[in-house]
Design a protein around this ligand. Sequence first.
Ligand code: NAD
Length: 477
Amino acid sequence: MKMFINGQRRDASDGRTIDVLNSATLEFIDTIPFATKADIEEAIAAAKEGAKIWGSMACHERSAILFKAADMIDARREELARSLSTEMGKIISEARPEIRVAAQIIRGYAEKANHLYGETLTDYQVGTEKDIVFTRHEPLGVVACITPFNYPVELCSQKYAAALAAGNAVIIKPATDNPLTIMKVIEILWQAGVPGNVLQLITGSGSEIGDILTASPDINAIALTGSTEVGLHVAEVGARTLKKVFLELGGNDPYIVFDDADFELAVTGAVRGRCQNAGQTCCSPKRFLVQNSIKDAFIKRAIEQIEALVHGSPLDDATEFGSLISEKACKKVDEQVKLTIAQGGRLICGGKPISATYYEPTIIDTPADADISKDMECFGPVLPIIGFDTEEEAIAISNQTMYGLQAGVITKDMNKALRVASKLECGGVVINQSGNYRHLDQAFGGWKMSGVGREGVSITLEEMTQVKSYVLRNILQ
Ligand code: NAD
């Protein structure tokens, strides 16, 4: 597929390309351009012009275009879901909701934009009695949206839809392994009427071309979802031009199971929460803290549930477990499993690749001081089970990480659930299910090294604007 630059479908100016493979089968699907510096600079220059046109268009006109795009995405849901499933090995029963959610996100921001008001100040300050001071939310200008591979359509939509609804021009840099479906979505937005210099998309390796966007003084904000390592780099480069930087980063979320929990619910939440998207979800439970009195029974039932998972083609409705994004990702999970075993973990089941990109769902009885119990985020179907005795111990292990995205607390005692939740250093706690949850309006995001800011329809639209004060001095004569 070609890039979207200044209203045209474009190859890289030097013709360089990258292959996109089907993650499940490693078959070739298509190529994408590897943008050059000149391509990106052209997109930035076009976006500056686009921002002027789009930012001065009436809000209801912009929203009408976005509503139309959402309807068009809904109409093509099955085709887009199959494309998503094919390029990344996400099972089709998870790909369909991702496309549905993308359309909902677009509608959510378009609706909210129609009702984003400024304020009129009071005259409580002596000397301002005859003044009127009011504010308006005005666009930031050009927003770069840099997005990860794991929910390539949903997470990208959270960014471009907010930015567009607020009146900004957008340049998207999707993940390199699986950009094809989001490119089809951007084509739909163009067809719905978003001008070609208002919404653009460039492709290429983030580590090689990312700085051109991040460092540009003509990019007014960067919205990145990705790893903490990349987030830190983008924050550093972005700071040099004092642009707004929104960061949604990695996690190593605890899932705390007390012995008074609904046992079946606790095990199902663990296995399903971890194996969704083959373990490649930022807020999936990644450390399983299980009270020692039920730990053996928990492990036994988790093995049974893992063995019952239906493997097969991601495009088959019955399949419950998909592939990892790439061979490299699969090798990394394997290395992390081996390291955990070397650090005292006892392998219970799994522990090796099934094929180049499929990894066996794996349970490891894990000591609390292993890397995986602290700062090592594992993006695969791996359940490290960490025993604990007391509530205080569970809280301490949960918080012994640089991350702080979400958490799950499983107990029938609601006082205990809320008491523990209040002590967890993270952005959200799910009671009686895994933290693998995101309401579209939720102010989603993390503490500590899991990010800066929050993202969701309730909050991001406003963040994609700047507040301007209009002062009418001595107007009340
Ligand atoms: P990644 O950090 O490797 O890449 C994310 C994006 O950044 C990609 O588009 C990549 O090309 C780009 N990029 C890479 N180097 C760059 C640079 N120097 N400058 C600018 N852009 C650059 O992440 P990934 O592997 O695609 O996604 C997995 C990670 O994302 C995990 O850590 C996961 O926890 C995190 N994540 C977080 C959330 C959240 O909401 N907090 C959601 C999903 C994923």
